[in-house]
Design a protein around this ligand. Structure first.
Ligand code: HEM
Length: 576
């Protein structure tokens, strides 16, 4: 149909509106990765104005013509987006979810910024069921078959939310890689986390754990356990990834502590940016968004340079990541190792600190501290043995069963990576979860926190710290500590829904190391100190924030040195 009868200004605006709608359909099909295509599309508006100079006569100035055209363009683009996202023809229309989240990812920004995403996702699953639409193009899945279908081998690759997480000028780290590149890099990591490698790390761990112990012995009054465990975790991971040098335990107020804040801020920033992957590259050019990521890289480069100078005297994680033993055909580039070294600090320090602190908090705060009493009984009994070998016990899954149960339960209650990033269902390979087809192009969360707090997988006491649930098959172990549990038949415990370390080929590469650290540090603390929560500790749970890894507040405690044992003294002296 001809538009010859329409006055020329309206004709111009109609063309601009059509351009707005067309822009939506182009961007929908070819989601931009840089700002250049976005700028190119936006500049078509003045180009259109210039292409029809006669239309300008109806406007008082050229500026008002351009402004009117942009207003029309944006309105048409927005309306097209809105109508499409809410329409029954949208591929995700059949999935329930809050109206605002269906409209735009921007609606979720405040919960992401505030770090409440994990809790909100759980609430949404309570309300809407196992699959919830939490963005225009995004689902959250809390259905047991989704774990293997999405995260398992042959599942769904990581989506673009991961790319937004890393420094744009640095090579990709393991977390961001997919497919063959991921498998090749993961081989290096797996070597660095093999049982033999972990044996090598024991002396570093003993040195740092002893240093922590001695520092805590010297503390008076209220002690912020959160800070001290963090210093330990960062120092130890610095030893692993860069051959040491962080020394936060030695100099807590030193400038290296800035790293902790860099990471905290950077994690929040990239978690927010990753909500709008199409704008990520543009946003990251702004110093406010890139400052902390760049500072982290500079930090990594500085420590890597020191590590290179020291050569292969020690078989730390760096030794394996840069393949100093020459297992690979080609030596990995130094820049990749720096990227993975920084990843090790982010992925390995904060996570272990949060989990260790959550154990301390829950065993002390639950039911008048009865779990701390049971834990001390188990650990004291262990150290009383003449053959007590803490590192041998830390290697085994069942040497200290109640300690393991408490760690598992703290990881269930507060998984240190509570949501993880989204996976994206690739073109031509839709997936079926819970009997429903998840179409290609969909971003999918498989959030650990939501699984762990689902009564369909863990009950009774779904939202309470109840370590007994991990020892149902060994009631004797509980009875020996004065604890009991109902018959296993009345308890729901779906172990496959426990995913604090994620699942599948990109699950946590450092899981075994994390377990070793947590067992050693907690056994030393429980045996060596009487720990009591102090005023303010009750805020622990509320101050845990989901910024990909948990950020946390203080955990004020008082400490009193216990009598300990000859085994403990020998262990601590051995580290000197
Ligand atoms: C309690 C402690 C820990 C927890 C709960 C934990 C949890 C996780 C989770 C959930 C992921 C998957 C993230 C995702 O896919 O978005 C992950 C990945 C990873 N973690 Fe851990 N982690 C812990 C400790 C460690 C330690 C000590 C290291 C050692 C440096 C480490 C290194 C890594 C690496 C390298 C990845 C990426 C794996 C890959 O993409 O193949 N983590 N971790």
């Amino acid at each position: 149909m001809s538009d010859a009868g329409i006055p020329s200004p309206l004709r111009l605006l109609a063309r601009v509106a059509t351009l707005g709608v067309a822009t939506h359909w182009v961007l929908k099909r070819y989601e931009p990765r840089t700002h250049a295509p976005v700028l190119a599309l936006i500049s078509t508006v003045p180009a259109l104005v210039l292409a029809f100079p006669s239309s300008l006569q109806a406007f008082s100035t050229a500026t008002s013509a351009v402004l009117a055209c942009y207003a029309t363009y944006v309105t048409a683009l927005s309306l097209s987006v809105l109508v499409y996202r809410l329409s029954p023809s949208h591929p995700l229309a059949k999935f329930p979810g809050p109206l605002l989240y269906r409209v735009s990812n921007l609606c979720a920004l405040s919960m992401v910024w505030n770090g409440t995403q994990h809790v909100v996702l759980r609430e949404l699953h309570d309300r809407y069921g196992p699959i919830v639409r939490v963005g225009p193009n995004k689902l959250s899945v809390c259905s047991i078959d989704g774990i293997q279908t999405i995260l398992g081998a042959g599942g769904v690759p990581k989506g673009r939310t991961y790319e937004a997480r890393q420094d744009p000028n640095a090579p990709k780290n393991l977390l961001v890689l997919t497919g063959k590149a991921h498998a090749a890099r993961r081989r290096l990591w797996n070597r660095g986390m093999s049982p033999e490698a972990l044996r090598e790390y024991e002396r570093f761990l003993l040195r740092r754990a002893t240093q922590l112990f001695r520092k805590l012995e010297g503390q008076k009054g209220i002690v912020d356990m959160s800070a001290w465990i963090s210093y330990f975790a960062f120092d130890f991971m610095g030893d692993m990834a860069f051959g040491g040098g962080f020394e936060m335990l030695e100099d807590p107020q030193g400038d290296r502590d800035i790293l902790r804040n860099n990471i905290k801020n950077a994690m929040r920033t990239v978690t927010v940016i990753s909500q709008v992957p199409w704008g990520a590259s543009t946003l990251r050019t702004l110093p406010v968004f890139s400052r902390d990521l760049l500072a982290m890289r500079a930090f990594g480069v500085k420590f890597a340079t020191q590590r290179v100078k020291s050569g292969s005297q020690v078989k730390d994680l760096w030794y394996h990541l840069i393949d100093e033993a020459k297992h690979e055909k080609t030596t990995p580039p130094m820049s990749d190792v720096v990227a993975d070294g920084v990843l090790a600090i982010i992925a390995g320090a904060d996570t272990v600190a949060t989990a260790t602190l959550s154990v301390i908090y829950y065993v002390l705060s639950t039911e008048g501290g009865k779990y701390m009493t049971a834990l001390q009984q188990e650990v004291d009994g262990f150290f009383a043995r003449s053959d007590a070998d803490l590192f041998a016990a830390a290697r085994e899954a069942d040497a200290l069963p109640f300690l393991n149960a408490c760690i598992n339960e703290a990881l269930r209650m507060q998984p240190p990576g509570p949501t993880s990033g989204t996976r994206r269902v690739v073109d031509g390979a839709p997936k079926v979860v819970n009997g429903q087809l998840i179409p290609s192009g969909t971003d999918v969360y498989v959030p650990p926190y939501a699984f762990h707090r689902d009564p369909a997988y863990f009950s009774p006491h779904t939202n309470a710290f109840w370590p007994e649930r991990w020892l149902l098959s060994t009631p004797g172990a509980l009875a020996a500590l004065g604890l009991s549990a109902p018959a296993a038949s009345s308890v729901v415990h779906i172990a496959d829904a426990f995913i604090p370390f994620s699942a599948g080929p990109a699950n946590c590469a450092g899981r075994a190391l994390a377990w070793q650290e947590m067992r050693v540090v907690l056994a030393l603390l429980v045996h060596g100190f009487e720990v009591r929560l102090a005023a303010g500790a009750e805020r622990w749970e509320a101050e845990l924030r989901d910024h990909f890894v948990m950020s946390r507040g203080a955990l004020p405690v008082t400490l009193e040195r216990r009598r300990g044992s000859a085994s403990l003294d020998a262990l601590l002296e051995g580290a000197a």
